[in-house]
Design a binder for this molecule. Structure first.
Ligand SMILES: *Cc1c(COP(=O)(O)O)cnc(C)c1O
Length: 368
């Protein structure tokens, strides 16, 4: 591995494959695998990761928005792509790129059927989302008749899948709630299949659902965070490999005398002689202000260097008083050892937020 010479997010595709194989080993042979690659594949790069995953044989992809799906099609992804949160304004584009909408209420179902009819589609694949307790998006249990009645009146669309989303699959204290969501989903699916007269693909599990509720894999699972190396528990993390490492370098070293301050608003004041290193990464790159003022550290030559003072837009300053290092040396913000999950925790957030926040300004490089 080359030493970093600039701020770079290194993506290890072998680690991605490791995680894919591990998660797949948790499934029955005939359970389909949907890879969630929304938000630039959780901050890595959606085109590269999806292309790689398609080669490894994943069955389905999901993104949040239509534009994200278009990026995948333009990168050569031919597998079906579920759009979890499509907005009616872009439905024509969705159809032009053969993306498959998740439809979650009467308004959007009607709007999609209208556009699909105008576009002269028959049996266009759609996915019906049910709310079983998350209270975010989805039809309610009582809507089954209304939906199936509407669908019987058109041949423009056909239901490829029925699905729901778990609210607390990572939290074993909420096991009863989750089991109740799963039961509700079963009731809805049975009712739906009976009234529509054919069986769509059923799916409810995200990564933690796969790991904690093997009885609820149904026909397909949707995994995001697990592919990127986090299992939402210490135990599961040991089987997964974070795929992304964020690295930077030391731009400048300063000697700070007792009483001097460092950074904006003079937020840090030195009580004794100190050495600081200035790094070319800041809140515009995804290291938010909550990581500053001693909350979090980066790693330089194997040692912890705490962020001092306020995080700037393009830079942070770190304490290297007791670290043997020089300008140009490599700095690890997170990697497989000092994980994004640990760093996120130091600022009271979660890995999902940190990794999806690494901005597009940061160069991505791929280890193949
Ligand atoms: C983001 C998302 C997922 C993936 O969840 P992970 O916890 O990252 O595995 C699955 N399903 C839906 C509906 C989502 O929005």
């Amino acid at each position: 591995m080359l030493k970093a010479q600039e701020t770079v997010l290194e993506i290890d595709l072998k680690a991605l494959n490791h995680n894919y194989q591990h998660l797949k080993s948790k499934l029955q042979n005939n359970t389909k695998f949907l890879a969630v690659v929304k938000a630039y594949a959780y901050g890595s790069d959606s085109a590269e990761t999806a292309t790689y995953l398609q080669e490894q044989g994943v069955d389905y992809f999901a993104v949040a928005y239509i534009n994200e799906g278009i990026t995948l099609r333009e990168a050569g992804i031919t597998k079906p792509i579920l759009v979890l949160h499509p907005l009616a304004k872009n439905f024509k584009k969705l159809i032009a790129y053969t993306l498959e909408p998740s439809l979650y209420n009467t308004k959007i179902l009607n709007e999609f059927i209208t556009i699909a009819s105008v576009e002269k589609q028959t049996d266009y694949p759609i996915h019906i989302k049910f709310n079983t307790g998350l209270n975010r998006l989805g039809f309610s249990e009582n809507d089954v008749h209304l939906i199936t009645h509407k669908l019987k009146g058109t041949n423009a669309v056909k239901v490829t899948s029925i699905f729901s989303h778990l609210a607390a699959s990572e939290d074993l204290n909420e096991r009863i709630f989750t089991l109740n969501q799963i039961e509700t989903f079963k009731t809805i699916s049975n009712h739906f299949i009976k009234t529509i007269g054919y069986k769509p693909i059923l799916h409810i599990c995200n990564t933690s659902g796969i790991l904690n509720y093997p009885e609820a894999h149904f026909d397909m699972v949707r995994t995001g965070i697990g592919l990127y190396g986090f299992g939402n528990s210490e135990k599961e993390n040991t089987h997964l490999k974070p795929i992304a490492s964020l690295k930077t370098i030391i731009s400048q070293i300063h000697n700070i005398k007792k009483g001097e301050s460092v950074g904006y608003n003079r937020a840090f004041k030195s009580h004794s002689f100190q050495k600081t290193a200035t790094l070319p990464i800041g809140h515009a790159d995804g290291i938010g202000r909550q990581y500053g003022n001693g909350n979090s550290f980066v790693t330089i030559n194997g040692q912890k260097a705490y962020i001092i003072g306020n995080v700037c837009m393009d830079m942070i300053m770190v304490d290297i008083t007791n670290i043997n290092c020089k300008e140009g040396d490599e700095v690890i913000v997170f990697d497989r050892n000092q994980t994004a999950e640990h760093l996120a925790k130091s600022a009271k957030t979660i890995s999902y937020e940190l990794i999806t926040s690494i901005s597009q300004r940061v160069k991505r490089s791929f280890l193949k």
